[in-house]
Design a protein. Structure first.
Length: 252
């Protein structure tokens, strides 16, 4: 298999894996799994297909002829990571009601094909720019396709992030190594997603999606920065959003 215009590549070497195949337009969708994952693979293949279609429609076309989803188990080294044309995911997650298929993880990692894969950023210096947009994209899918809105969870986390900033001085736009491990997800994944949901309440969800689509169009195949994203958002919305982003990203 050969792919053009990729940022990096990965190989997963396994044994005793099976594959279920699907298609979205001209894109092959393959889910690789072990026998004991048989009970969730159909649901996860469907999620991968629906997610790919959803993000194609919302943000712009997927670039590669196929995408492979490799299911792993927590602690076994391949769960929950993104590469161009290849993602790894847990097969199931624990919830209050017990275990269920890891739909949100599959969709999250697929969204990275847009934010990190096709639109690049410095993942060490500005990790929020792919993880935050990806978390928002995942939650948009979960709300509109699966009927499982996650916005209330983000709103609850905003106060926690404000407290973290007050106590430790952390902001959203900092390098990976600036964050204690237990605070990384809150500041890099959750607060930026909450920011975009808050923006959608101010200018409309459709306009926020337009911003993401324009950002994709302008920076596909390139490497973007926080300033680039802020500029596109202001241009598309027709508003000066710098004060909004300064408050959410820098606590100014």
């Amino acid at each position: 298999m050969a792919q053009q215009n990729v940022r990096d590549f990965a190989v997963v070497i396994t044994k005793d894996y099976k594959v279920k195949r699907g298609k979205v337009g001209n894109t092959d969708v393959n889910v690789w799994y072990r026998q004991e994952m048989e009970d969730v693979v159909d649901e996860l293949l469907a999620a991968a297909q629906k997610g790919l279609h959803f993000f194609n429609e919302k943000f712009g076309p997927y670039a590669y002829p196929e995408v492979d989803v490799v299911l792993g188990e927590s602690g076994h080294g391949i769960a929950g990571m993104e590469y161009p044309g290849l993602v790894t995911s847990l097969d199931r997650v624990s919830t209050r009601d017990g275990e269920e298929a890891a739909v949100n993880v599959v969709v999250h990692e697929l969204a990275h094909q847009w934010w990190y894969g096709m639109v690049g950023n410095n993942q060490v210096k500005e990790p929020w720019l792919d993880e935050g947009l990806t978390t928002f994209s995942e939650s948009l899918y979960m709300s509109e396709v699966e009927g499982r809105p996650e916005q209330p969870l983000f709103k609850k986390a905003v106060m926690s992030s404000e407290q973290v900033h007050a106590k430790k001085g952390l902001t959203v736009v900092q390098p990976v190594y600036a964050y204690p491990e237990q605070l990384y997800a809150l500041m890099v994944y959750v607060r930026p997603a909450a920011m975009l949901w808050d923006l959608s309440e101010q200018i409309g969800l459709e306009k926020v999606v337009d911003i993401l689509h324009a950002y994709f169009d302008q920076y596909r195949g390139k490497t973007a920065t926080t300033e680039d994203f802020m500029r596109v958002a202001s241009e598309v919305s027709g508003k000066d959003l710098e004060p909004f982003f300064n408050q959410w990203l820098y606590f100014k």
